[in-house]
Write a protein that binds this ligand. Structure first.
Ligand code: FAD
Length: 293
């Protein structure tokens, strides 16, 4: 099943993101989350692509197992970091061989230092746009790309960054997933920039349940934005009470998602960090769970 077909369902849907497990214990935890989320019928589940060989093998193995052993629709991420075109073709071939036909094509960051200088592999890609073309050439894949509500950290200008996003989409991407952000308008303005360029592919907001201080820090890191003062005040009050912090964090994220749904956003992408509980809580409160007969 193509992810984009699941996104055209006539109702709001959600999807979930995992990372490849590092060891046996983290593999068990991931599979617990997969099995807990499976009956909730997410539109798709995606597995990120790491920097090293063994983690990359685990992305292929895990997406393959999801394709073969569950009812879920898997999507594998792929980056151009330290890969020649031949190696990229090889990985894409593996995805197809294990039954994975959805790929999120991202460029990746220099290993070790995300803001370090990007040095392309001598026989590799320079921009994600080229990876989109490569995946498209190699078979009937459904392809997604990354989008940045605050602009990509290397982009000086939001409008130019949006032009680059549109180039990736015109190169053959079927949909885009936005990096984390804090306020509905931050995402909605990105949607407007795409619409202004005549681009109407599905754009999914990236959402992380703010269950701990660590998740908040991670959101700052990934989004490239500071916590808005009003939100910081709401959460800081509970800095010494993990249960109260979690409850408030879930409330904040549920409100964010409700506003997005009210604004016509009809697919939400959750960063689960390989755990099911918080995502299940938020999508349950949003009324996005399948109705049981
Ligand atoms: P690109 O689209 O190539 O953009 C990189 C920079 O170049 C931007 O500043 C852009 O504006 C500029 N640019 C793009 N095209 C052009 C052009 N034609 N000419 C000039 N400039 C251009 N990383 C991982 O390592 N593994 C993952 O699994 C992973 N998953 C992700 C999932 C999501 C939803 C998101 C949002 C990010 C993910 N990332 C992942 C991080 C991503 O790899 C980095 O953010 C990376 O720095 C940018 O990737 P990109 O695909 O947006 O790059």
């Amino acid at each position: 099943t193509a992810v984009v077909d699941r996104l055209r369902a006539q109702r709001p849907v959600f999807s979930v993101e995992f990372f490849p497990p590092r060891d046996d214990e983290s593999e068990r935890r991931l599979w617990r989350a997969v099995r807990e989320l499976e009956p909730l019928d997410p539109a798709f589940v995606s597995i990120t692509y790491g920097a090293g060989g063994s983690s990359r093998d685990r992305t292929i193995r895990t997406t393959g197992r999801i394709a073969q052993e569950t009812t879920l629709v898997p999507m594998a991420h792929l980056t151009g970091v330290n890969h020649s075109l031949d190696e990229l073709r090889n990985v894409i071939g593996w995805y197809a061989a294990v039954g994975v036909h959805n790929v999120l094509a991202v460029r990746g960051d220099p290993p070790g230092d995300p803001m370090g200088e990007w040095v392309p592999h001598p026989e590799g890609i320079t921009y994600a746009e080229e990876l989109v073309r490569l995946v498209r050439e190699l078979g009937p894949f459904c392809v997604g790309v990354a989008a940045f509500p605050y602009g990509h950290p290397r982009s000086a200008d939001l409008e130019v960054d949006a032009d680059h996003l549109v180039r990736k989409i015109r190169a053959g991407a079927d949909f885009a997933i936005a990096q984390l952000f804090f306020q509905p308008d931050d995402f909605l303005r990105l949607r407007d920039r795409l619409a202004a360029r005549g681009c109407d592919v599905p754009l999914l907001p990236g959402v992380m349940p703010l269950t701990t201080q660590r998740m908040l820090t991670k959101t700052v890191e990934l989004s490239g934005a500071d916590v808005p003062p009003a939100l910081a005040r709401r959460l800081e009050r509970h800095a010494d009470d993990p249960a109260a912090f979690r409850a408030e964090g879930i409330e904040v994220v549920t409100e964010l998602c409700s506003t997005l749904l009210a604004e016509g956003v009809d697919a939400l992408h959750f960063y689960t960090l390989n755990r099911a509980t918080a995502t299940r809580e938020v999508v349950g409160r949003l009324g996005l769970l399948p109705v049981r007969p």
